[in-house]
Every structure is written in C-alpha cells, then in structure tokens.
Design a protein around this ligand. Structure first.
Ligand SMILES: Nc1ncnc2c1ncn2[C@@H]1O[C@H](COP(=O)(O)OP(=O)(O)OP(=O)(O)O)[C@@H](O)[C@H]1O
Ligand SMILES: [Mg+2]
Length: 255
C-alpha cells in the first residue's frame, strides 16, 4: 500500500446556497503526479482553498503526510511541506526574476529574526545558501540569463515557470499547482510538463489542476475528475479517458 501525501475524505464546501465542493474523497500517493480536472466551475480551485484552509471545508477531513490540517494556519501547513500556487497569481511586480525566486525561500531560513536584523554570520550563511539555490532553480528553468530583469518584463510563459520555481524554493513535499499552463503556447506547455516531471522525479508529490488534456494525459500517474463539485472519475489517464461520465461532462461543457 502506497503512503498518502494527501488524503481528502468527505470534503464539502458551500458558499451561501452554492455547494461548490460536494463530498469529495480521494488520495494522492506520495511521489506521484496527480491531475485534478473538470469543467469550469467544477470546484477545483475551491478544493485547493479547502485543503489549504483559505476557505476551510464545511465538512470533511484533510490530512497531509498523516497530519490533520483542520484549524491549521497557512504558515503551519506550508511548514509541513504543502506549497501551492494560485490560479490568478502572477510574479511579484517591482522585483527582478531572481528576487521573485528568492521570495519563495523565506520559510526555509534557518537563522532567527534577530540574527537577520543584525546580519550576523548565520544570517549571511542563510542568504548565500538561498541565493545559490535560487540561481540553481533559475538554471533549471533556463532563465539564468534573465536573473536581473524585472519579472513583469518576462513573456507570460516564462512568468508561469517562474511561479513554479518560486514555489520550489520553499522545498515542497507536496506541490499544489492551479493551472500552471493557462495561456501558454505549445512549446511553453511542453516546458512546464518537463518541469513537473522533473519535480516528481526528484521525489516531490504534485497535485495539478489543468485544462490542457494532452498535458494531463501525457504526464499524470493518476487523474481525478470533478464535475459540479463531485468526483465523477478517479483512475489512470487511460481509465479516465474511457469513462462515459467524463466524456459526457466534457461534451456537456462544449455544447
Ligand atoms: N469565494 C467564493 N464565494 C462564492 N462562491 C464561490 C467562491 N469561490 C468559488 N465559488 C463558486 O464555487 C463554484 C466552483 O468554483 P471554482 O472556482 O472552485 O471552480 P473551478 O473548477 O476552479 O473553475 P475554473 O476551471 O473556471 O477555474 C462556482 O460556482 C463558483 O462561483
Ligand atoms: Mg479554478
């Protein structure tokens, strides 16, 4: 039996009269790349918000590496290694590419705030360690030559990759990505796909919301399909693609 990185059990979330997530249960195995798909308004982002307690579940339970997340604050959840990106988030304006990546690393500073304030040797060591790591990540995503450029001057594809690199600075054990390839062209999408596979192969677990079917079906180990707040399919890419309810949900969306 595989260990679960994330276990979602009977989670519901309503907003007023709208039941946006309705009794959702599934597991994300440690070290796997799991895709969460479904038509617009299916409840995918709401589920991410429920898992990370931004809009906590109305009912149900979530555990991450065996820790119950109920009542946990965002910073404590991040310290467990659960790091997410936001669907509408962009790079931080007014900061360079390198500074954007560095901003993801504040969780992992080892020196205490006092040492940082007085710039003691422990704080200096932290800074050079984080900088090396940020530079290595920029190298990984092929943006080293843009390190000193204003992040908002990058093309959209590079900005999306930069967001993933920023999340990696926090050393995630479980990475939740909300539409990392939205608005990207085919080449940029293929680059994101390679990056996600590299992250998984380095040992992290990924749960990714994505509309691009060829991306999802090409790289996911496991696919969960939401429709109108409920799980309608949960299996391998092949199983899910052949599922009548999934086909109907997508044809319904297009019609
Ligand atoms: N903060 C909120 N307040 C009220 N209703 C909300 C809120 N967040 C989401 N909803 C509603 O919950 C439902 C699910 O929305 P959600 O954003 O989770 O869908 P999604 O699957 O992420 O869609 P998309 O693919 O378009 O991003 C929608 O009916 C939406 O209007
Ligand atoms: Mg969404």
């Amino acid at each position: 039996m595989l260990t679960s990185a994330l276990s979602i059990k009977g989670v519901s979330r309503s907003f007023g009269g709208v039941l946006a997530v309705d009794d959702v249960s599934f597991e994300v195995a440690e070290g796997s790349l799991c895709a969460l798909i479904g038509p617009n308004g299916a409840g995918k982002t709401t589920l991410f918000n429920a898992v990370t307690n931004i809009f906590p579940p109305t009912t149900g339970n979530v555990t991450c590496f065996g820790h119950a997340l109920r009542d946990m604050e965002a910073a404590s959840i991040a310290r467990l290694g659960l790091i997410r990106t936001f669907q509408s988030a962009r790079v931080f304006p007014g900061m360079t590419v390198l500074e954007n990546v560095l901003a993801g690393g504040h969780l992992r500073t080892r020196s205490n705030p006092l040492a940082q304030m007085f710039y003691l040797p422990s704080a200096r060591r932290d800074e050079s360690r984080l900088r090396k790591k940020a530079e290595a990540l920029l190298d990984l995503i092929g943006l080293s030559h843009m390190a000193e450029v204003a992040a908002t001057d990058l093309p959209m594809g590079a900005q999306k990759t930069l967001e993933v690199a920023r999340a990696l600075m926090a050393e995630p054990r479980l990475l939740l990505l909300d539409e990392p390839a939205a608005g990207l062209n085919d080449t940029e999408t293929a680059e994101i796909a390679n990056l996600l596979c590299a992250i998984r192969d380095a040992g992290a677990t990924i749960l990714v919301v994505e509309h691009n079917m060829s991306l999802v079906m090409g790289i996911a180990d496991h696919v969960v399909v939401l429709d109108a707040g409920r799980v309608i399919a949960d299996g391998t890419p092949g199983e899910v693609q052949a599922d009548r309810r999934v086909i109907e949900a997508y044809i319904g969306m297009e019609g």
